[in-house]
Design a protein around this ligand. Sequence first.
Ligand code: ADP
Ligand code: MG
Ligand code: ZN
Length: 474
Amino acid sequence: MYLTMIGLEVHTHLTSLKTKLFCSCPSDYVGKPPNSNVCPVCLGLPGAIPVFNETALKFALMVGLALGSRISDRITFVRKHYFYPDMSKNYQISQYDGPGTEAVAMGGEVKLRDKKIRIRRINIEEDPAKSIYPTGSMLTSTYTMLDYNRSGVGMLEIVTEPDMSEPREAREFIEKLRSILEHLGVCDGSIEGAIRADANVSVEGGERVEVKNIGSAKDVESAITYEISRQRAAVSQGLGVRRETRHWDSERRVTVPLRTKETDEDYRYFPDPDLPPIQVTASLIEDIKSSMPELPDQRIQRFMAQYGINEYNATVLVMDKGLADFYERVTLHYNNYPKVASLLINDYLRWLNEKDMKISQSKAGPEQVAELLRMLENGTITIKIAKEFLPRMIYEGKSPRELMEATNMTALRDMTILEDIVNQVLAENPEVVKKAKADSKVIHFLVGQVMKKTGKRAEPETVYKLIEEKIARI
Ligand code: ADP
Ligand code: MG
Ligand code: ZN
């Protein structure tokens, strides 16, 4: 078994910033006509002077404190040089932990279920422009167009130590980090491209390969899975793995070579003379500490204590802040809290995922979900009916009461009617009844027949018991 090492560099947009990192252009660039959200600073025109958006520092400090990092008392910005069409200045304003320069925070950790992933450092940096490939992909398009709307948007780069060893862990790391960022209110991870990652992967006997710019936690898992088997095969065939940068082709689900890796020397980092160092005062840190919101780990504990749900369910809810908020709103209207959790996790989420929807796009609000659960509890509808109503609530915005009236689907609560139907089914299937007497598994077939005749309006457990009693007496 080869030893595998995985380290991530996660780039997260600070989507809660109103303006870009060094100019007053709005940081919300999504959906705007190309190159309309720009000014001399973020276009990188000669002579334009950047002015630091101090809210970005506050956000970076919040993240650093949440991850238990050491906060630097002085931060500096550096110019990281490289030639690339998406960066007209030919350098990116970033941070670097080197002689005379400091990143905003160093160290820290993110706890996963059974492991701690150490953080190496946190940088504040600007995003480059977006390259558009009109006649294909990055590798096949015959020309490239540039949209500077995104250029200069504030980001944090969060770099881990190579502490992960499985693709699944990398995915969980990003999901957990995203939840932390969302609870801090600095990043809305559901915005397209708001969280991207570079994955560094090495296997025993080979050098490290960096896969650039992967767009989602799921794709990070897939890209790493692909890389590990590619690298293992290369090592075992004696070809070796050399240090390089690769690109994740999300269409073809493979990584392809991009270039051999630059080294730090190539970047010619030096302090940006336009941006003076910033003193991070103890009182600023104290202010931020005293106003820190509840974080995912605390929220999981609170959910278990306050709602009596198990750790697994609490974790699933809290890993998606929108879902956790929704859960708490349902509990205001309906107080069997574990039932709410299982409906959301087992059913509600499934229908959202089916159409790749975010919870904010669902048309079924907390009150409708609570109403559905109440109707189920007081026997107005059955679990089967509830499961049929749910997708129509989510996609069409119908209330469960409306659906009940429109479909005439209510629970069959009249026991004499139900008994009649059961008797009818038993009479129609004498052979099956004989078998069912010998083998109780066969009862399920009879239950199915009754369910059909009632139009799914009976509770299967009740029907089962009724049949069991009756055939015992036959
Ligand atoms: P660079 O600046 O060249 O990208 P860094 O030293 O910042 O390099 O490391 C980048 C990432 O590579 C970090 O997340 C780190 O954990 C990871 N890394 C370092 N060594 C290895 C390795 N042998 N295998 C996998 N990942 C590694
Ligand atoms: Mg790097
Ligand atoms: Zn601008």
